[in-house]
Design a protein around this ligand. Structure first.
Ligand SMILES: Cc1cc2nc3c(=O)[nH]c(=O)nc-3n(C[C@H](O)[C@H](O)[C@H](O)COP(=O)(O)OP(=O)(O)OC[C@H]3O[C@@H](n4cnc5c(N)ncnc54)[C@H](O)[C@@H]3O)c2cc1C
Length: 397
């Protein structure tokens, strides 16, 4: 089986690694050259770390990937000044977490794929795609054509493969926009915690400070696209305002910005459908596998790579790459994460209201169960005590 993979981010490199290890011929087509940057918060949730272990990038008892900062807790600050510090819950995929700049992480992942036997083509921008009865043809900028049995759309957001397939765009209420910038020279008060800040004046946007080794940090703000348009907000300005607010300013004091503010679109998993065609699957951000509550997507990109590889290996054995055969991929993604996306999408509303966030944080400080639940939901898991109960806690009933 020859698989053409468009995009060598976490989704593409993960699929390429699993497929090449299973003996498939894999051509990984990437428009950039490594090392390349990717706009991100760089946060690896426990589920991401668990996937890096499945891939063999890190050993089970090892620390974070090279260049990364181990994270042991989540620090939350509400609009009314309620502060919560929750340890990383061990029941969430072993509870190991880290922040690793994507420039470093993605290069390590792509090396894993080539070491497994995948062929990486850099400076290879895909512009055309034709699905036939007997295979697929991918056309690169410049006109070169590559024939394969199957194609995987792992080209992030916006995805050219998704567009060429005619799949619908993500509506504004199922997408967000976020910007980030790096700082150096910091002395953070929580250098091993994800710090998330809800500031009344910035809501429904929220801000983050994710620590990196040697006094550096990834600092950003994010907001749902429809809210951004309604408020006419400009995210770089919101980021400046966030950084000047007392709590963030205290953390960032003495530090300086490195590089420029960069932003990117985040398509949400609440709209994650249209994943499978004859001889073609969409993975990662191209499919919309981003948690609508937290903006995390690396773990789902990595895991969709594993699930796509499993589906293709089964399809090859069955002798068919037709949609009906490949639909096991859609089902597995549904079981593993699209259900959680819908649940967490409903919870988004709680995190837009200052009073509800304050109530939730107060309850978390009173109850270990709520604290545990809050941490795991903010790490991308579906609420175990149910959306209604979380909402009731936030309402203070
Ligand atoms: C500001 C911001 C903060 C975020 N913070 C976090 C976080 O802290 N934790 C987290 O888990 N997630 C976070 N995310 C989401 C995360 O970045 C994505 O979910 C993740 O990168 C998806 O991986 P992917 O492999 O699907 O796509 P990508 O990482 O986007 O990779 C796609 C690849 O395809 C290539 N490509 C694109 N088009 C073509 C083409 N036509 N031909 C060939 N190659 C092509 C690109 O160059 C790229 O290398 C954040 C996103 C943003 C925007």
């Amino acid at each position: 089986m020859h698989v053409a993979i468009v995009g060598a981010g976490p989704a593409g490199s993960s699929a390429a690694t699993f497929l090449a290890r299973a003996g498939a011929r894999v051509t990984l087509l990437e428009r950039a050259r490594f090392p390349r940057d990717k706009v991100c918060g760089d946060g690896l949730t426990p589920r991401s770390v668990w996937m890096l272990e499945q891939l063999g990038l890190i050993a089970r008892d090892a620390g974070p990937p090279p260049g990364g900062q181990a994270i042991t807790s989540v620090y939350l600050a509400s609009p009314g000044g309620v502060v919560v510090k929750a340890p990383m819950p061990a029941h969430v995929f072993g509870g190991k977490s880290a922040v690793v700049p994507r420039e470093l992480l993605d290069e390590q992942l792509v090396h894993l794929a080539t070491a497994a036997g995948a062929t990486l083509r850099e400076d290879a921008t895909v512009e055309g795609l034709a699905l036939h009865e007997r295979g697929v043809t991918v056309t690169l900028r410049g006109g070169e054509r590559i024939d394969a049995d199957v194609v995987l759309g792992c080209d992030g957001s916006p995805s050219v493969v998704r567009k060429l397939l005619g799949a619908p765009d993500f509506p504004d209420e199922d997408a967000a926009f976020a910007v980030r910038v790096y700082y150096e020279g910091l002395s953070l008060s929580h250098p091993d915690a994800y710090a998330i800040f809800w500031e009344g004046e910035l809501l429904p946007a929220y801000g983050w400070i994710f620590p990196l080794p040697n006094g550096r940090a990834n600092v950003g703000v994010g907001l749902r696209t429809d809210r951004m348009r309604r408020a006419g907000s400009k995210l770089p300005e919101l980021l400046d305002r966030f950084c000047a607010m007392p709590r963030a300013a205290a953390e960032l004091a003495g530090g300086r910005r490195v590089g420029r503010v960069r932003g990117h679109h985040l398509p949400f998993g609440t709209f994650a459908r249209h994943l499978v065609w004859d001889r073609c699957l969409l993975l990662g951000d191209a499919a919309g596998f981003i948690n609508p509550l937290t903006g995390e997507g690396i773990e789902f990109a990595l895991e969709s790579g594993m699930l796509a590889a499993e589906a293709l290996i089964a399809a090859e054995r069955a002798g068919s790459f037709a949609r009906a055969q490949l639909s096991s991929y859609e089902r597995r993604c549904g079981e593993r994460f699209t259900h959680a996306f819908r649940q967490n999408g409903k919870l988004q509303r709680v995190f837009e209201h200052p009073r509800l966030i304050d109530n939730l944080m107060r309850s978390a400080n009173r109850s270990q169960r709520v604290l545990d639940e809050l941490a795991s939901v903010l790490l991308g898991e579906a609420p175990r005590i149910g959306v209604r109960l979380v909402a009731a806690v936030a309402l203070g009933v």
